[in-house]
Design a protein around this ligand. Sequence first.
Ligand code: ZN
Length: 502
Amino acid sequence: MKNSSFRAAIAAVALLSFTPAVSAAPAKGDAPVTEAELAAHIKILADDAFEGRAPGTEGEDRTIAYVVGEWAKAGLEPVPGSATPWVQPVPFVETQALGGTAKFKVNGREIVPGDDGIILTGRDASVALADVPALFVGYGVDGAGQVNADVKGKLAIMLFDNAPFGDKLPRYRERRQMLADAGASAVLVVSNGAVPWPALRESVGGKYVRLASAKPGAPVSGFFSPEGADALLKAAGQDGAALREAAKSPDYKGAALPVTADFTAESAVRPFASHNIIAKLPGAKPDGKAVLFLGHWDHLGICAPEGEADRICNGAVDNASGIAVLIEIAKRLGQGVRPDRDIYFMATTAEEKGLLGAHWFADHPVVPLSDITVALNVDTIAISPRGTPVATIGRGKPAYDAMVREEATRLGRTLDEDGEADAFIQRQDGWALGAKGVTSLMVGGSFSDMKLLEAFLGSDYHRPADAFSDKIPLGGAAEDADLHVALGRAFADTKRWPGTAE
Ligand SMILES: [Zn+2]
């Protein structure tokens, strides 16, 4: 059902691409992107009918149909030779917890945390573990980013937050995987309380999505609430606050606890496919180098527990705003003077599950990664008003920095080069490409005014409140869209940009 309607939608938009969308436009400047144009796209993509754009849902089909339709109208084409025009299938496995038990033995005493203290997921359909020795591992890694304790056959209790002793250290999903790879029988992550427990339960606790090609996790994974962890540590004669403090050292080696655990977990394991949306604007004078624009289309889907009035995380700012910008960039570049180089546009899936669509593309690129002269990622762009300085995540290569500076200055923007934005480098899709050697930049005002960004992250972010409203600031996003059009033209210009600069 879902797939056939989806194919019909793709076939309908594919037809559009055979009609020449544009005749050669006169060589004049690109029309500025307006707040109204962006609002129109965000309103549609963040509509309840899209159900929060979770991968593998009908909301995905609607999202693909809309984005492909807009890109085709803009003059983009499917990547030639693709067996699945406009989309790149990405295979996933979802594990949904059906039920489970956790029982801890502490000095002969039994402790059974309630639903308010622990969330469990089994890796396989049915898991049973007994007498697993427990270890508090702090962040699970040392200052060099290596696993910090012998966790083989053990329960590792790990902190969620990023380690405070290095800004390039892996985030919790990667650390959890590292502990699993090191042989941990179970990994329980201690939540930091920032996401309300019922929401964590609903959005990440009960369901776990990984690439079908990824290494399996530990037999048992899950979360402790801060209170649930503290209660267990206290029963074990430990002070949770003191352990967290000790874990802040880059040399921390973990603490064995006088605790053993018994787990059972039943899960439904379901393979499914989602899709990266990929389109191409063929260059007028291609030289083998290419520019890639990307941004994630997915969001959290149904994210609030049953009984809540609004259960849909619509993801208006995160990241319908970025997709809206990618649509308007495509229209300017597709309909104005044709750039020299090929320009690729990609809307990724499953960014919210750990940049998974971007990682899949990085492992299965439709154009050799070494040909991508720059990747420009657009995420959570509707944060700041007009006039906000331009920050760049991924600064540090002088020729690239100079190009961004030149184009931003030409458009009347000021630069924010204090480097604060780099705190977010691992939290965006460009990271998956950067890890494979592609120069990936995230350019704009959203990551310049940290007060505005933190205000969003601390309120509507990843909650049903991130819905469309005319209060979303779109002035900065419109200016950033114009800057991206200019950057696309500059990096695709064979005379201005050699394509191999450092
Ligand atoms: Zn997000």
